[in-house]
Design a protein around this ligand. Sequence first.
Ligand code: AHR
Length: 506
Amino acid sequence: MGTRLHVNLKRVLGTRNPMIYGHFIEHFHRQIYGGVYDPGNSLSDESGLRMDVLDAMRKIRVPVLRWPGGCFVSSYHWKYGVGKERIPMYDKAWAVEDPNTFGTDEYVDMCRKIGCEPYICANAGTGTPEEISDWVEYCNLKQEGQFAKWRIANGHEAPHQVKYWSIGNENWGEWELGAKTAEEWGYFVRETGKMIKHVDKDTELTAAALPDLDWNTQLLRIGGKFLDWISIHQYWDPINGTNDFASYEQVMAYTNLTENGIREVRGLLTAMRLEKKIKIAFDEWNLRGWYHPDATKRGPGETREDYVKLRDKNDINSLYTMADALFTACFLNTCNRNCDIVGMANFAPIVNTRGCIFTYPDGIVLRSTYHVFDLYVNCLGDVILDSWEEDAGYMTVRNRAGELEETAELDILATAFQDKPGVAIAIVNKNASFEKELALCFDDDSVKEGATVVLHYICGDSTEAYNDIGHEGVPLCKENLGTYRKGMKIILKPHMVGVLQIGVES
Ligand code: AHR
């Protein structure tokens, strides 16, 4: 007997914020320059933005795009990146020169073309509360003061209306330029939040945080009155210095860890009675850590060019397989289940590095993870339903530390729609080898017999399937499964991410 999925449309967990399908782009390697911003390429528009990349972003309806960093931002001074005269800066975080030809105005223009909310992460490393609030003046004041007038002089009469701002990026980390102690951080956030709110009270602010009691209690006790969000980050496969990808089996073990950070921060917010005031912005996440050998520890004789060139190893498309897709789906399921407290999540990054869109001079590659966002954004509902699996199957996997772990074979999220009938169920089958049978049991008669049943999915022909230039190993598939009958059983292919739509108008 297979697994039976029980869904009751009356047991609603919540409605997800569209921003949990958000993204991040940083001035690192080829994300901006040679990525989305490629002046002179015939595929770019008059402002130098790759039209094929923008199209792909629009197709997955990017709701919010965090920029410009990441570690980059902790020594970035925004004023060098606006106006007629752009002064190249030495990017101390990534040890390269940034031409500053892509700055605030180009970024906001890109967001308007994508149709997404801009979300600026500001320099709380070497920057000051005043430099950050000057940035808000530049973006959001109509004409008051020198910075709004500067924006107008730069050709942008109307305010940019940037609503989301982050104070800092990982300022708790010893690697971060301008890192701070928990005590320093609380006061820095308070003073910055105060100044920003004096410029534009309608902004929503977050600050760099992590699932750490001391850091967060200081931050929230001292600066919490100005915060609407608290930011956390996670990369589960820590391959920043090795590029040695965890195997499919090891990644399935990682799927047991998608909720840890959320659970810890939820507990802290609840203990401080802030869980109704402050939401979690998981504003950097990816299964894979970015590959960038430590800039301060060059090997003997290794030139700057040598170790910067190593970053090209992020561009090996065959490494981004069904493991990445299944993990991404499991994490998005986790965010949806916690939609009462997770309001935003930003895939890090969207273009190149570990992103879901890979660019090359003549086109783009949609990596396996891109299709997960396509399935979730375009096929899944926004009303999150409670569901449970009877006789759920488990499988034993060996994690990265070599230990055996149990993990559920299926990861399922049931949803309905606010604006139309029907049910959509995200289903992940982690089993690498075997099909799974799933019987559908709706605990009331809300799903009518005879409703159409369609499965949109990706699975590839193996766990190692990938997409690359001229190679589509992970196509997006669709299968009509007839009409719904009570207790209907469907077959789930191995290593599959799918969205089952029942009675959903296409
Ligand atoms: O590896 C990329 C870095 O990861 C981002 O710049 C930073 O925010 C995080 O530590």
